[in-house]
Design a protein around this ligand. Sequence first.
Ligand SMILES: Nc1ncnc2c1ncn2[C@@H]1O[C@H](COP(=O)(O)OP(=O)(O)OP(=O)(O)O)[C@@H](O)[C@H]1O
Ligand SMILES: [Mg+2]
Length: 265
Amino acid sequence: MGKVISIANQKGGVGKTTTAINLAASLAAIEHPTLIIDVDPQSNTTSGLGIEPKTVTNSIYEVMIGGVQVTEAICETELPYLDLVPSHINLVGAEIEMVDRKDRERILSSSIEGLREKYDFIIIDCPPSLGLLTINALTGSDAVIIPVQCEYFALEGLGQLLNTIKIVRQHLNPDLEIEGVLLTMYDTRTRLSNQVADEVKRYFDDRVFKSVISRNVRLAEAPSFGKPALLYDATSTGSKNYLSLARELIQKNKDLFKDSSVLTN
Ligand SMILES: Nc1ncnc2c1ncn2[C@@H]1O[C@H](COP(=O)(O)OP(=O)(O)OP(=O)(O)O)[C@@H](O)[C@H]1O
Ligand SMILES: [Mg+2]
């Protein structure tokens, strides 16, 4: 059974989308069938994987609001083991359209129920808010990865996110775990990055991933070519960092893949 993991932090620009794309691509490169679901109206994951959001017929919007089966919205990507459920700007209105729905927090969860058999990992890219879209993602997930940018005020707002996770656990999804906190845009040359990393580790202890994502220009360039960094520059530090994260994640979840012989050590 596949594991569903949301990438969430209501703070903008901390590396959620970069993590969703490159972690999913790395898992796929290690031959774990992976699906990435773009739940952000900005559709950066969709365009970052080479799909023009405007040309999409069935997006996550049609799945959540229009009653379209999720299987009708799955697109293939350039990587054989990686599929995508794209987003669309229409999704901006979804939070309002969902308000009157019964079980409005569980719409995504019930839409993707059947997919766990097909994929080892389902990675959900969340928008920078704690609104109904993120609540839907957390309700439908087994775990959450929290990217934290190694910058000033890195921990600011994390209390709100942790509180939201607690509320989702209490009322909607008791099994939701924190898979880990991921340090992103780490710059070894600056004392600030080290200070932030130390502070995050003090607070989250062993819930911080050992893999750290460096600031790397290839990670910022790759989306404009519609590719994950692995297909844009496989030797870049960014590609290596996300492969390391994928391996760490697989190792942590090795019980899920007892039958799989590929790279679990
Ligand atoms: N490790 C990195 N090194 C260099 N640039 C990065 C790195 N991670 C992300 N970026 C760049 O920083 C910007 C923000 O990253 P990203 O879009 O992944 O954040 P986000 O949390 O998804 O943003 P939003 O909250 O708007 O959805 C992007 O321009 C991205 O290319
Ligand atoms: Mg994003």
